[in-house]
Each structure stands twice: as C-alpha cells, then as structure tokens.
Design a protein around this ligand. Structure first.
Ligand code: SAM
Length: 245
C-alpha cells in the first residue's frame, strides 16, 4: 500500500527533523532546564542508574544518547585510566555542550565523543561491557533497530540499562503529572529557554513512550535476557535492565 508507506515515511522523516531541531534548540540550556523541571531529581535517577550498572575499573562503557554527559562523567571516574567511556549522540550541539562541560571539569583521557545514530551504531560487535541510554530511547524513531544495534555491540555478559520516562503507577499521580507536563512544562520552557515548543514536544514524547511491560517485551524481542525494571518516583521514570549472554 503505497499511500500508507508514503505516509509512514513522511512521519519518520518529520520525527527525525523534529528531534534534531529540539535538541539543537535546547542544548545550551539543557542542564539548567533538567534541574528545574525535575526539581533536581534527575540526579537521583542517574545515581540509581550508576549504582545498578555494575561498572568496574578497566571496563568499556557506551553512554548512548549521552547528551551533556552526566553519566559519562561518573563512569569516567569509575573505569579509571585503564577503562574507556564513549559518549555517543546523534546531535552535534548536545555533543559540543557535553564535551566542553566535561573538559572544564578536567574529565579527559578516557572519554571519547562520537556522533552516531542509536539505530545503526558504528562500533564492532561485542565491544562494550555496559551500555546506558538515559532519557534517549523515547527520541529514537526506530526503537527496535536501536535495541538490536545495542545488543550487537555489547560483549557477552554485558548489560543494557535504559533510564526513561514511563507510566506512573497510580491514577492520582498520573493526573497530576499530566497537568504538570502539558501545562506547566511548556510555560517553564517559555520563561527560561524562550522555547515552549520544544518542551511541548518533550511532554508529547513522554506520553507516547512505551510503558514498563511493553519496553521489557521489546528488550526481550531484541535478544536481551533476564530483563527487569524498577519504577522510580512512582513510575514517572523506570530503569530497565537486560543482559546479553
Ligand atoms: N543522556 C542525557 C541525559 O540523561 O541527560 C541526555 C538526554 S537528552 C533528553 C536525549 C538525547 O538523545 C539528546 O542529546 C539527543 O540528541 C539524543 N538522541 C535523539 N535521538 C537519537 C538517536 N537516534 N541516536 C542517538 N542519540 C539520539
């Protein structure tokens, strides 16, 4: 059905352009907006991710959709001189902000920056001990392709951690959260970053993202084993974990 196919293609291209536009637009204000919008709680979600990563000195880590490098900075300290962290992101504005921030913090030597699309990673099979993707998967157009690509580049025994917005577990929380993300977030984006549209996109992308069980199923479909998740902050965010054996 060519009409349907044509429609799908347009939608896909639109999404890719939209995501690129949003992250070019928010890059400079990304860190401050993260702190404001989450009341600083994103730091706790990221800390929990690090604590569940099992990362050790000497390992090779991929921080995919790594943006401004919060996780990369922490991993860099853990893996030390004998290890390596690759911060990969599709967007060069986000990569530049991340690289400048980390260099200013003196984080150099074991971090590499790569512009790459999660759907077709430019790394050899069985390269990484751990792959993380934090608040990135919902922006990826073809999530199944991304999960397969991640699976391919993980070493046997390696693990994937997906930190992402998810589905609140209680109705009341869900309603409050909807009001917050659709009414308040775009206003904050307008006031602080002069960009309500990008924050409107953010709210919509969160609403569209697969819920906890759906994402776990998608990970299993891509080949991951022992897939599990933990709800954080009442399911506003979930950390999914899966292994390649
Ligand atoms: N991981 C960082 C964090 O937790 O603060 C940044 C998250 S930011 C919300 C999402 C990032 O995903 C952006 O930097 C964006 O450029 C990146 N991204 C979107 N689509 C991507 C894709 N297909 N491949 C790789 N990165 C992508």
């Amino acid at each position: 059905d060519t009409t349907h196919f044509g429609y799908q293609t347009v939608k896909t291209a639109e999404k890719v352009d939209k995501v690129a536009e949003v992250f070019h637009s928010v890059a400079a204000k990304y860190d401050i907006m993260n702190d404001l919008m989450s009341f600083g709680i994103h730091r706790l979600w990221k800390r929990y991710t690090i604590d569940n990563s099992g990362v050790r000195a000497g390992q090779k880590i991929l921080d995919l959709a790594g943006g401004t490098g919060d996780l990369t900075a922490k991993f860099s300290r853990i893996v030390g001189e004998s290890g390596q962290v690759v911060l990969a992101d599709i967007n060069n504005s986000m990569l530049n902000v991340g690289r400048d921030k980390l260099r200013n913090k003196g984080i150099v030597g074991n971090v590499e920056y790569v512009q790459a699309n999660a759907e077709s990673l430019p790394f050899a099979d069985n390269t990484f001990d751990v792959v993380t993707i934090a608040f990135g998967l919902r922006n990826v157009t073809n999530k199944d392709a991304a999960l397969s690509s991640i699976y391919r580049v993980l070493k046997p025994g390696g693990r994937l951690l997906v930190l992402e917005f998810s589905k609140p577990t209680h109705e009341a929380l869900s309603k409050a959260y909807d009001t917050y993300s659709f009414k308040i977030l775009p206003k904050m984006g307008e006031l602080v970053a002069n960009d309500s549209e990008s924050y409107q996109y953010l709210a919509e992308s969160i609403r569209m993202h697969p819920d906890q069980e759906t994402l776990r199923g998608m990970m299993e479909q891509a080949g991951f084993e022992e897939c599990s998740y933990a709800n954080l902050t009442g399911g506003i965010v979930a950390l999914h974990k899966g292994f390649k054996f």
